[in-house]
Design a binder for this molecule. Structure first.
Ligand SMILES: C[S@@+](CC[C@H](N)C(=O)[O-])C[C@H]1O[C@@H](n2cnc3c(N)ncnc32)[C@H](O)[C@@H]1O
Length: 445
């Protein structure tokens, strides 16, 4: 039942929901924007708060825009398409500053200008669900519906690259025609510079007739299919076998990064290039320096740092990514055995669980002039706590996909380890979602 009395939206929360107060409770309202006067329908009621969906809008914000996507509101992929793209960036900047202030009790000396790229068609990585719905005798391929486990019935997606977006209904038809349609769980999308890869996660082997269907689809739409039967290590190319390898490039640093479709890469390649450029300007690697890149993945930051002439140690928890990173260092003539003497910089890598790092283990890695840190959502608190006067780098550039854990780790660095928070800012890696990617720079006092 919709609320009787309209409320005024005071601000936006981390997920882009409007926050209002009514009858002593906080109401989080999806689809409502700061300044708007709205009624709402609650879908979850608790003693101190309610979760709700906007119902009627009596006073509309100037920041409201018509969502571009026909599936907005149903599909769980985007949550803030109704908010003007520039207002999205400011909202994310505010989330970052609020987290730093409230969780970390820290304030950056400087706010970095926000960086952003194309607002549409940016997503080069995605995990699409496939569901054969017996009742409808129909196969769906797409993201999950908002707050539900159903797969959204999608004809197009405005944030996927246009080619993949156009393929969605055709993929659904193709999957439906397979004899193993009920054993097909998901399609992992990886768009590279020279090939578009679709990894089919299958529970049963393909029949010969299925193989023919896939091959025809691949030829007609210029994609490469991979098949994955169990864990990511079982993913292997199926057709065509002579397709170019997946890769992305960082032209500013003369680097090309081959990768496998199941390996971690940033979802937005254009923004990634801008982000790496900004991280390098903030880190300012110098020839002869020793620099550590924690949570280095396939070497996205490690290789650009080494290219600037620094010795760089990339540290990462995934064995497969460390192997890939070393191959990429060799491919770009940046490994110990391939780098030229003149260049001075080269990269080495080590597998390590950084959630279990200690002062002793950190000391064993040696002292570094600077650190680049790019952890998963859980952040890097153990790493920050392990810093001692002997291992403390003079500068840390921290790339974060979760402002709450960045703020918690900033508190450790500033209040316990003697660092200053010199600057912080957001990078709009995921337009139309509430996801906040940010960067912060710390320097020792
Ligand atoms: C946000 S990604 C960044 C990767 C890389 N810097 C890039 O830009 O592509 C975080 C990385 O942390 C790694 N990781 C996750 N948990 C870890 C752990 N406990 N110890 C070390 N690395 C971990 C993941 O494998 C992933 O490569």
């Amino acid at each position: 039942m919709p609320s009787q009395n309209p409320v005024i939206i005071e601000s936006l929360d981390q997920e882009g929901r409007g926050i209002a107060h009514a009858e002593g409770k906080v109401i989080f309202i999806e689809g409502a924007i700061t300044g708007e006067r709205v009624t709402y329908s609650s879908y979850r009621k608790k003693p101190s708060f309610e979760m709700a969906q906007v119902d009627q809008i009596f006073r509309q914000s100037f920041m409201r825009v018509q969502p571009k996507c026909a599936h907005f509101g149903v599909c769980g992929g985007c949550s803030i398409q109704h908010l003007d793209a520039r207002a999205q960036v400011s909202a994310k900047q505010r989330v970052l500053e609020d987290n730093l202030a409230h969780i970390g009790k820290v304030k950056p000396e400087n706010i970095l200008p926000s960086i952003y790229g194309e607002a549409w068609g940016y997503r080069q990585r995605a995990r699409l669900s496939v569901r054969y719905v017996i009742k409808k005798n129909k196969t769906l391929v797409g993201f999950h519906e908002k707050r539900r486990s159903y797969v959204a019935d999608m004809q197009y997606c405005e944030i996927l690259t246009p080619k993949i977006a156009r393929l969605l209904p055709l993929l659904a038809q193709m999957c439906e025609s397979l004899t193993i349609r009920d054993a097909l769980l998901q399609i992992e999308v990886a768009v590279g510079e020279h090939v578009d890869v679709l990894v089919l996660r299958i529970m049963r082997p393909l029949m010969p007739v299925d193989e023919t269907v896939l091959k025809q689809f691949a030829d007609q739409h210029a994609v490469q299919f991979w098949l994955q039967t169990k864990g990511p290590e079982t993913a292997a190319p199926f057709y065509p076998l002579d397709a170019p390898a997946l890769s992305y490039s960082l032209p500013e640093f003369g680097i090309t990064m081959p990768f496998a479709p199941t390996e971690f890469t940033q979802v937005n390649a254009d923004m990634n290039r801008i982000m790496v450029g900004r991280a390098m300007r903030l880190l300012d690697p110098q020839a002869g320096e020793r620099i550590a890149d924690f949570f280095c993945g396939l070497g996205n930051f490690t290789l650009p740092i080494a290219r600037r002439g620094a010795y760089t140690l990339g540290i990462e928890g995934s064995d497969a990514l460390v192997k890939r990173a070393l191959q990429n260092a060799q491919y770009n003539a940046l490994s110990k055995d391939t780098a030229s003497q003149k260049a001075r910089g080269y990269a080495e890598f080590r597998v390590m669980n950084l959630f279990e790092i200690s002062e002793v283990l950190l000391t064993q890695l040696g002292r570094f002039d600077k650190w680049l840190v790019d952890p998963p959502r859980d952040g890097a608190s153990e790493l920050m706590k392990s810093i001692t006067p002997d291992t403390a780098p003079k500068r840390i550039v921290y790339v974060s996909c979760n402002p709450a854990t960045l703020a918690r780790d900033a508190a450790i660095l500033v209040h316990l380890k003697g660092y200053l928070l010199k600057a912080a800012g957001v990078m709009n890696m995921f337009p139309h979602t509430s996801h906040v990617e940010s960067i912060a720079v710390f320097e020792i006092h």
